[in-house]
Each structure stands twice: as structure tokens, then as C-alpha cells.
Write a protein that binds this ligand. Sequence first.
Ligand code: HEM
Length: 181
Amino acid sequence: MQGTNTKTKWGGVAQLFHWGMFLLIIGQYTLAYTMLSLPNSDEKFSLFAWHEQMGVTLFLLVFIRLWWREHSNLPQNIDTAPEWTQFLSKLNIWALYFLLFAFPLSGLLMTILGGHSVNYFNLFTIPALMQGPNEIAKILLTLHISFSYALYGFVGLHILGGLFHHFYLKDKVLTGMLPHN
Ligand code: HEM
């Protein structure tokens, strides 16, 4: 498989970002729901630390992903979908990028403004900026939870769009994001 994009297909690097971040995000949801379901214990706090570190990783990855996207030629499939669905699909993609940026940022800010520092795999520490708990951290928690529901919606639409292309329009939009095609 070629690393860079071609005119009809996403390259290996774009696919790695797409599927790698998808898996990491599933991991983040699993960690979050598990850690929140546990009683206070070392295990719970260790899962919190994992969730925070993986979240910071996702936050850093989105910048590299956007940089790569900006510096690659995007595949130019001839899109036979109605124009209004093409417009909605672009809007949906940018909503997803917005969430990939704002969702981890809300988690990071609620943590450090809520009085907790974040140690990133012993490489560096992001210090707590306020004494918690406080109103700002509470608002950021509400945002973090709202983003978690919003992401379900936008990812759901994204998957429906892919299936529409594959089974109804029968074009190469969905397979263009799959390896070995
Ligand atoms: C894309 C990255 C992230 C995803 C997908 C994600 C996902 C989630 C989800 C689904 C929840 C459960 C929300 C609920 O109560 O229903 C949650 C909670 C939480 N997240 Fe994240 N998160 C991300 C990034 C971060 C980051 C970067 C941090 C901090 C550095 C963080 C800190 C937390 C904390 C502390 C909670 C528990 C909040 C509470 O006490 O109820 N998250 N996250």
C-alpha cells in the first residue's frame, strides 16, 4: 500500500490516522465508562490516568492529522451523490474534526482547572491551574459529556453516508478508506 494519497484512494498514512484514531476513541469511551463505574480504588485512579493520557495523545494527534491532510492531495472521487448530501457530508466531516479538537480539550481543561495535574507518561506534567472543584470545571464537565453524545450522532451520520455510497450509489468512496483495495 502506498503511504500518500492517490487520485482515488486514501494512502496508508491517512488510513492509519482514520482507523487508528477510531480505535483509540472506542478505547477512550470504554476506559471512561469503566472508570466511572468503579468505586474509589487504585484501579479507578489508574484508569483515570490512562484516560487522561490517551486523551492528550488524541488531542496531539489531531494537529498532526490535519497537517498531513493539508499537505496531501485529497482523493478526487467523482461524487454522484445529490449536491445537498455532499454539502451535509462536508459539514459533518468538519463537525467531526471540531469534536476531535474540542472534546479532548474540554477534558484537559476540566481536569487542570478542577485542581488536578496531568502527568503525561512521565514525559511532562501539565500543572493544575486552579483549586478544584469550581464552577468553570463543572461547566467543562457538562461540555465533555455533551461532546460524548454529539460524537455518537456525527459518527453515526458518517457511517450512514459511507453505506449510502457503497450500497446505493455503488461508488468507491467507502472502499477508498480500506486497505487492500
Ligand atoms: C478524544 C478524547 C476523549 C474522549 C473520546 C473522551 C471520552 C469521555 C467519555 C465518554 C466520558 C464519560 C462521560 C459521561 O459521564 O457520560 C469521559 C469522562 C471523563 N474524561 Fe474524557 N475523553 C477524552 C479526552 C479526555 C482528556 C484529554 C481528559 C483529561 C486530560 C479527560 C478526562 C475525563 C475525566 C476526568 C472524565 C470523568 C468526568 C467525571 O468525573 O464524571 N478526557 N470522557
